[in-house]
Design a protein around this ligand. Structure first.
Ligand code: 09M
Length: 425
């Protein structure tokens, strides 16, 4: 694949930052006389060691030598051992066809970022010139829409239902592009489709394997990339996990965005991109001049945890987290059934954290949510902010079942029901 056709002019102009530590140097660090790096000497740092208590009663020990690494800069794409661990994880979960490709042909490469949104935003910067076309499903996470809008791209809706993007309807949209003059629509390039394949935020929808296959075929036919933002992958409530776009990626056209925010910690800020090396390398150039790397300290904590657990232990942990949220979801659905029947509509989410509720008889929820609902002690999010055109009236609200107790959910929906009745009178 010719990746240069997708690269923005800003990204094309990026050059390596010559002071960043190369992976080659990182491996040799203890055996060379170090005169090249402007890294501080960790012997001058005030922190010596740490002992981190886990909820299972055991501890993670970060002793002196390891702490020196944790407090020091590390290679831009991440700490070597954590990258290897993540590579094994991606092989086990997704077995990407690109794993064995030559780097320039799109070999799978991983880069750790400070949470997934940091990586996603850098992917946008890498791919978009003003006027380029992108496809996204609607509703969509405001963090994504707010990242895309200032780049001056043309955001086009990929039609969807409760199972995510509808391949036939997407084909209809795509038919505006001519396949003999691939990816030119109104003279501009279609760069990518961005989608959340599991437990969409806020829709709660999840794409089936069948739909993913069809969408991937459309990506091949119309030559666009797929950005698979999957922070709720481990929060799938069914017995089996749906195959990812990455697992189908024979061309090297998928950039997968993973996050530990929902299963390890959101505050540690550890996410990772997996995609074709020529593209991931350009994100790395951007990181070299921005965050430089995700925090070494938090990477070391995550690595220690993973080395203690092993892959099996990690997956058992994520299953327990999914089980926790499934119970939360069920409690919220019970409260919704009790109070909101006849007043609102919703679909049952099979993954993620959200219920996307359409309120009957209220054309725009913004006033109700930010005014009376908050005054009565219930915080919801108005649907408007999740729409591509964030200014039009929207009858939806997003509610999250991550935080409230079943009792609180019950009280909140009782109040919401009262409000809806008042508002629609
Ligand atoms: N609300 C998210 N979503 C959110 C939210 C959040 C503070 C975050 C999709 O790996 P991270 O932590 O960078 O994850 C970012 C991210 C990327 N993609 C689809 C997401 O849903 C996180 C943070 C307050 C509110 C927040 O509401 O939905």
């Amino acid at each position: 694949m010719d990746y240069s056709q997708f690269i923005s002019s800003i990204s094309a102009a990026r050059q390596p930052n010559p002071v960043r530590i190369s992976s080659k140097l990182a491996k040799k660090m203890s055996s060379v006389i170090m005169l090249s790096g402007g890294m501080p000497n960790p012997d001058s740092f005030p922190i010596k060691a740490a002992s981190i208590s886990l909820v299972d009663g055991t501890t993670l020990e970060i002793r002196e030598q390891l702490m020196k690494r944790a407090l020091q800069y590390c290679p831009t794409n991440g700490i070597h051992e954590l990258l290897s661990w993540l590579e094994d994880l991606q092989m086990k979960l997704h077995n990407p066809p690109t794993a064995k490709y030559a780097p320039e042909k799109g070999q799978m490469k991983i880069c750790i970022t400070a949470g997934s949104l940091d990586g996603i935003n850098k992917v946008f910067d890498m791919l978009l010139n003003p006027g380029d076309n992108v496809l996204v499903d609607e509703p969509n996470f405001p963090g994504i829409l707010s990242g895309l809008r200032p780049l001056g791209c043309n955001i086009i809706k990929a039609p969807s239902d409760q199972h995510g993007i509808i391949p036939n309807a997407l084909k209809e949209v795509l038919s505006q592009w001519r396949t003999d003059n691939v990816h030119k629509f109104q003279g501009k390039t279609l760069k990518f489709l961005y989608t959340v394949p599991n437990g969409g935020n806020p829709s709660g929808s999840s794409l089936t394997a069948e739909r993913k296959k069809e969408i991937y075929q459309l990506a091949r036919e119309y030559n666009f990339l797929i950005i698979e933002d999957d922070p709720y992958y481990f929060l799938q409530f069914g017995k089996t996990k749906a195959p990812s776009f990455l697992s189908m990626d024979v061309d090297g056209r998928v950039i997968r965005c993973d996050s530990f925010s929902k299963v390890i910690s959101s505050g540690l800020r550890v996410g990772y991109l997996t995609g074709p090396a020529p593209l991931i390398d350009r994100v790395i150039l951007h990181l070299q001049v921005s965050t430089m790397q995700a925090s070494s300290f938090t990477q070391i904590i995550v690595l220690q945890l993973f080395e203690k657990w092993g892959q099996k232990g990690f997956l058992e942990h994520t299953d327990r987290v999914a089980e926790f949220y499934k119970k939360q979801r069920d409690a919220m659905l019970a409260a919704a059934d009790k109070w909101l029947k006849g007043l609102a509509n919703w679909y049952i989410p099979n993954a993620g954290l959200f219920l996307w509720i359409k309120i009957k008889g209220v054309s725009d929820t913004h006033q109700m949510v930010t005014g009376k609902a908050l005054d009565r002690g219930v915080a919801l999010l108005p649907g408007k902010g999740f729409m591509i055109n964030g200014t039009e009236p929207c009858p939806y609200v997003r509610v999250s079942f991550s935080f409230a107790s079943p009792d609180e959910m019950d009280q909140a929906f009782q109040k919401l029901a009262e409000l809806i009745k008042e508002e629609s009178e």
